[in-house]
Design a protein around this ligand. Structure first.
Ligand SMILES: *[C@@H]1O[C@H](CO)[C@@H](O)[C@H](O)[C@H]1NC(C)=O
Length: 341
């Protein structure tokens, strides 16, 4: 349905937020390891042959701390890299994945994480799900050490293929071919009357099975049909005999203008609780010279208290100071040397 909303075209995406559950044997570490947590995710579907993001250039110049699987295995430390170079050099598999890594980074910084306490760690070959083609975790440095807060995986066509297989509903996108392609088609041509007479209410099972056979199988059965006049099929644990009068084999050519592809999915998923916890730690401050006086320095986007600057006087001399105050964010320090009222 999402594909339809997008007029049948790739790429398209969906985003959602909700509760996730996992079977933690021993939940501890306070807010970090919990059995129920809020997760937000994006499922971004792309053509596997065109894993280029048109907006990648918007994030290509970001310098991000990357901990590649290669660095991890060879005992090197994480390195600050320009995102564009990381994709070009194949450290990050493709620019769609690279684009989301960039956007995740910008989001985390905007929400209040410290630049020097955020890194992206690539999954090693042995920790990556076998079907994924690349996976990076955004990690934040906290008093618990580096913790995973966002996952960003290229899950290829795995999820859609599995759903399709289980539900027998094709989850494919059509792609216009540059040039029409002529293909040979081989099909069973069932004689519904004969099959119906022989198998009554089971006829549907037989017909469904015959409709789903591939060329190789059909060619083998055709040989049996010619030699012995029949062959057997097995479906849903039952065996049916198919005879010459029930089926024939039809061969023809077809011109294709579109091809069907299973979209690949890039999946950023955000652990909201862990991100919040990281914001708390990274925004925690103590007043100089007075450890008892502590506070949070949240960016305005996430701060629970908003404030506004309302001048009490229309005096012209105030204007530059008021402007300066309005423009500063929570982390700026401005010192107004003196003023006269
Ligand atoms: C990206 O992943 C695909 C699929 O796993 C692989 O064939 C390709 O070599 C990878 N490219 C790079 C640059 O790692």
């Amino acid at each position: 349905r999402l594909l339809e909303f997008n007029q049948g075209k790739l790429p398209f995406g969906a985003a959602q937020i909700g509760n996730s559950f996992r079977n933690e044997i021993s939940p501890r570490s306070g807010l970090i390891r919990v059995r129920e947590f809020t997760m937000a995710e994006i499922e971004h579907f792309v053509d596997p042959d065109e894993k280029n993001h048109p907006k990648f250039s918007n994030v290509a110049d970001l310098d991000i701390l990357l901990f590649s699987s290669k660095a991890q295995t060879s005992g090197q430390s994480a390195q600050i890299m320009r995102l564009g170079d990381a994709v070009e050099q194949g450290v990050i598999n493709n620019s769609v994945l690279g684009y989301f890594i960039g956007r995740i980074y910008l989001y985390l910084i905007k929400a209040g994480l410290s630049k020097d306490k955020v890194r992206f760690r690539q999954h090693m070959e042995n920790e990556m799900a076998h079907y994924a083609c690349d996976c990076w975790d955004a990690e934040s440095k906290t008093s618990y050490g580096w913790i995973e807060i966002v996952g960003c995986a290229d899950r290829a066509c795995y999820d859609l293929s599995c759903h399709s297989k289980a539900t027998k509903v094709p989850l494919v996108a059509e792609k216009l071919l540059k040039e029409p392609k002529v293909v040979n088609v081989v099909q069973f041509e069932p004689n519904k009357g004969a099959i119906g007479t022989s198998y009554k209410k089971d006829a549907k099972l037989v017909l469904e099975f015959l409709a789903g056979c591939d060329e190789c199988y059909i060619t083998d059965q055709e040989k049996l049909l010619t030699d012995k006049g029949e062959f057997s099929i097995e479906t849903q644990g039952r065996t049916f005999k198919v005879t010459k009068d029930m089926v024939s084999v039809k061969r023809f050519q077809k011109t294709l203008h579109v091809e069907e592809i299973v979209p690949n999915v890039i999946e950023p998923s955000f652990g909201i609780g862990r991100i919040m916890y990281s914001i708390f730690e990274h925004s925690f401050r103590k007043r100089e010279g007075d450890e008892q006086r502590t506070y949070f320095s949240f960016p305005a986007t996430v701060a629970p208290y908003k404030c506004s600057i309302l001048p009490l006087s229309q005096h012209q001399e105030f204007t530059p100071f008021v402007q300066q105050l309005c423009e500063c964010d929570a982390n700026s320090q401005i010192k107004i040397q003196h003023y006269e009222v």
